[in-house]
Design a protein around this ligand. Structure first.
Ligand SMILES: NC(=O)c1ccc[n+]([C@@H]2O[C@H](COP(=O)([O-])OP(=O)(O)OC[C@H]3O[C@@H](n4cnc5c(N)ncnc54)[C@H](OP(=O)(O)O)[C@@H]3O)[C@@H](O)[C@H]2O)c1
Length: 336
């Protein structure tokens, strides 16, 4: 990577989400997507030409061997994240990996260890974290706009029914919890500023044996109580309600508003039921663009430019998801 040159990205896999990523970052002066790799070179070539990506590699290894790539975007099935992220880091690439970063805390720790060993930047992709809406929400909480947060409810539901979808396949890390639930859990972790101490949860199951709908209660050491829900069997919804001692915040946490809803935060500064609701409207736009530019700045200028999930937040998010999965099986409270 040369100074003042865009960060050159390669993409592992002709994934659906990679289309949104590549299209989203196309206008950026900070990023160039220069190559895509697919297990099927013909499919990869077609994908690359549709999206204007100049090079196609017929294997993920070949892309990692390409010296003209600085960073890798990993949109593979969840069970393959750890393996390919570690290979990419060992090949000297920076890595932006789709959520959930991995399917276990142990894998997540090994991935960050590989990043440290190779002196490369690894980050988990949650485009909502780069949105102005999320940055404004964090500022309001830091300023004490609603007092001390007592409860947070975060939900994300969507409909997936095609059995060929990797999300419904237990062998490829499927299930609503690791998918939509990672978003809701990451939201609670961000607001709480700490890891839950224990959780309990209940699930409904899909015919393919992945969890279809989950509700979990989260207890945090500082006293905050949280609840998340996630589903692959509802109409689309993704929002959070944060209640403090002195006010209320309601917000969506969308990747790319105004797609799926306007980038608004609803705030009530006051205790009585009659408190007026203010609507704060932020700038929206592609979360993939905002996230990738934040990533590029973090690589080129310093890690403080990364606005997304921190290493600790990503580790705590997967640890919480693992504890929720344990609780679903045991029916008991489980420590995180
Ligand atoms: N941040 C977000 O909001 C968001 C949204 C959607 C998805 N995601 C995440 O992105 C990842 C991919 O999701 P997606 O819906 O885009 O997946 P997808 O369309 O099924 O793509 C996954 C890609 O992985 C590659 N692959 C390698 N081994 C595979 C295997 N054994 N089975 C299936 N595919 C395999 C394939 O590429 P080749 O055949 O070309 O090699 C495939 O195109 C997941 O981790 C998901 O959680 C995140």
């Amino acid at each position: 990577m040369e100074k003042n040159q865009p960060l050159r990205f390669g993409v592992l896999g002709a994934a659906k989400i990679a289309r949104s990523f590549i299209a989203g970052v196309a206008s950026s002066a900070l990023i160039d997507v220069v190559a895509v790799a697919s297990r099927d070179i013909e499919k990869g070539g077609q994908f690359a030409s549709e999206l204007g990506v100049p090079r196609t590699h017929g294997s993920y290894e070949a892309l990692l061997d390409d010296p003209d790539i600085d960073a890798v975007y990993v949109p593979l099935p969840n069970t393959l994240h750890a393996e390919w992220v570690i290979k990419a880091l060992n090949a000297g690439k920076h890595v932006l990996c789709e959520k959930p970063l991995a399917v276990s805390t142990a894998d997540t720790l090994a991935m960050f260890e590989a990043a440290r060993r190779n002196r490369r930047f690894l980050a988990e992709a949650y485009p909502y974290r780069a949105q102005q809406q999320t940055l404004a929400l964090r500022r309001l909480l830091d300023e004490g706009a609603i007092g001390r947060v007592q409860t947070i409810f975060a939900c994300f539901g969507v409909k997936f029914s095609d059995p060929a979808n990797i999300r419904l396949d237990p062998e490829r890390g499927g299930g609503a919890l690791l998918d939509a639930g990672s978003y809701a859990t990451n939201m609670v972790r961000m607001v709480a500023g700490e890891k839950p101490s224990r959780v309990n949860a209940i699930a409904r199951w899909a015919d393919t044996k992945v969890d279809l709908t989950v509700i979990a209660n989260l207890e945090l050491p500082g006293g905050l109580l949280g609840q998340i829900s996630c589903s692959f069997n509802t109409a689309y919804h993704r929002h959070a309600l944060i209640a403090g001692t002195d006010g209320i915040l309601e917000t969506t946490f969308l990747n790319s508003p105004p797609d799926a809803g306007p980038p608004e935060i609803h705030l009530r500064r006051g205790i009585p039921a009659t408190t007026v609701r203010e609507t704060i409207t932020l700038e929206g736009g592609s979360g993939f663009l905002a996230e990738a530019e934040s990533f590029a700045r973090a690589v080129m200028l310093g890690r403080e430019h990364w606005t997304g999930s921190t290493e600790q937040e990503s580790i705590d998010t997967i640890a919480t998801l693992e504890a929720i999965a344990r609780s679903i099986r045991s029916g008991n409270w489980e420590d995180v």
